[in-house]
Write a protein that binds this ligand. Structure first.
Ligand code: ADP
Length: 394
């Protein structure tokens, strides 16, 4: 039995889970928020209780040291030696890293060299790795990359039809994201169906604030909707997903804005928020749509149409699919969105069972018995995946 820490470090936050492996039993979990600001909040759940404390935590190293000392103080561990490994979520592994790795100094150098591929995400991930390395120098630090699962995509999926030199020189290609979630959910789906991952084709719809779909053929990603950045694909809470790229120059001229400013609109003022003019949160839109708000309904329908379009295209690409799985905040909770998507796929023989679909945040089969494709809800669990990979690399 080993205790493994799974860490997800953001620019001002650090989420953690301590798991007992290989049992995959959650020992404790929590989050440090507002790192670097006044009144940082540290909260931890243990033995059915949740403790919240406010400190001034100036940086991630201080956050890590407070967290580890809290584990001692609360007698969750007796000494730091009990932590066998720390697994870190890292968003971008570039075109070199195709699987989880033990992070050595040269890997940190490589990750720094590709920061321009994920300028918002990789820097805080690296800060988290450094902070743990400093305080636990003898404990292996493992990187688990959002992009790694998609390395199995064939060239025809990951290459854009742009000058080939852009790919060769600047590594412009589809990378795909949410890989840890797509892998966990698709492999769990195979298990639920009583099959090995290599015995089935699964289409995963990870629909949260960020959203992507993945075609998982015989256990491997063969295409996904997010691309060079997490902006591509289906519309999301505030992201546009695919648009005609010519819109960028057109709107730069109309609004007298830079490319950066227009891209910012596409990342932060589009999707649910942009179309509805109301909110980026699916709950707000579902409520507003129920009360007859046309643009809220439209925002939901545009997304549902695109999700169905991609599922259908992946169904064709893989030569059929055994299952479609919904996961993440919206996929696990928004019953009406699941219905909206599956109803659009009736031509493929997919049929939703409205009663079975009336469930939230649980593993459930939600298709009818005569549906040609099984449809499931499977809550994602990236932390377990991080802990599994970390354990296997120790
Ligand atoms: P991310 O991790 O990408 O930030 P999440 O996976 O947490 O996002 O998903 C957030 C989304 O899930 C929000 O749009 C939120 O409204 C939606 N969501 C959460 N709970 C519910 C619910 N009960 N019904 C509908 N949508 C929900």
């Amino acid at each position: 039995m080993k205790k493994i820490m799974a860490v997800n470090a953001g620019s001002s936050s650090l989420k953690f889970q301590l798991l007992e492996m290989p049992e995959e039993k959650l020992i404790t979990s929590g989050i440090v928020e507002r790192i670097g600001l006044k009144n940082s909040v540290f909260s931890i759940k243990f033995n059915g209780t949740e403790i919240e404390e406010t400190f001034d935590i100036e940086n991630h190293s201080v956050a890590v040291s407070i967290l580890l000392n809290k584990l001692l103080e609360m007698k969750i561990i007796k000494s730091f030696d009990e932590i066998s490994g720390v697994g870190h979520r890292v968003v971008h592994g570039g075109d070199k890293i195709a699987e989880s790795i033990v992070i050595e100094d040269e890997d940190i150098e490589y990750l720094e060299s590709i920061i321009d591929l994920a300028p918002l995400h990789n820097p805080p991930n690296l800060i988290g790795i450094r902070a743990f390395k400093e305080i636990l120098p003898n404990v292996k630090q493992v990187g688990v990359f959002d992009t790694a699962f998609h390395h199995s995509m064939p060239e025809e999926s990951f290459l854009y039809a742009i000058p080939y030199e852009w790919y060769e020189k600047y590594k412009v290609r589809k990378y795909g994201f949410h890989g840890t979630s797509h892998k966990y959910v698709s492999h769990r789906c195979a298990e639920i169906m009583g099959k090995k991952p290599e015995e089935c084709n699964v289409i995963v719809a990870h629909i949260g604030n960020g959203a992507s779909i993945c075609a998982v053929k015989q256990g491997h990603s063969v295409d996904t909707t997010m691309g060079f950045t997490p902006l591509e694909g289906i519309p999301m809470g505030t992201r546009s997903g695919n648009i005609d790229p010519a819109i960028i120059e057109f709107m730069m001229n109309k609004k007298n804005k830079s490319a950066k400013e227009i891209t910012n609109y596409l990342n932060k003022q589009s999707g649910y928020l942009g179309v509805s003019g109301l909110s980026s949160d699916s709950r707000d839109l579902v409520n507003a749509a129920e009360q007859g708000n046309h643009r809220a309904k439209l925002a939901i329908d545009i997304q549902a149409k695109r999700i169905a379009d991609y599922i259908a295209s992946y169904y064709v690409y893989m030569g059929g699919a055994d299952a479609i799985v919904f996961t993440a905040g919206i996929g696990e909770n928004a019953t009406s969105t699941r219905e909206n998507v599956i109803d659009r796929l009736s031509v493929l023989g997919a049929k939703i069972d409205r009663e079975r679909n009336n469930c939230r945040r649980v593993e459930a089969l939600i298709s009818t018995d005569d549906s040609k494709i099984k449809v499931y809800v499977i809550p994602t669990n990236e932390e377990v995946m991080i802990a599994r990979d970390t354990l296997s690399l120790l």
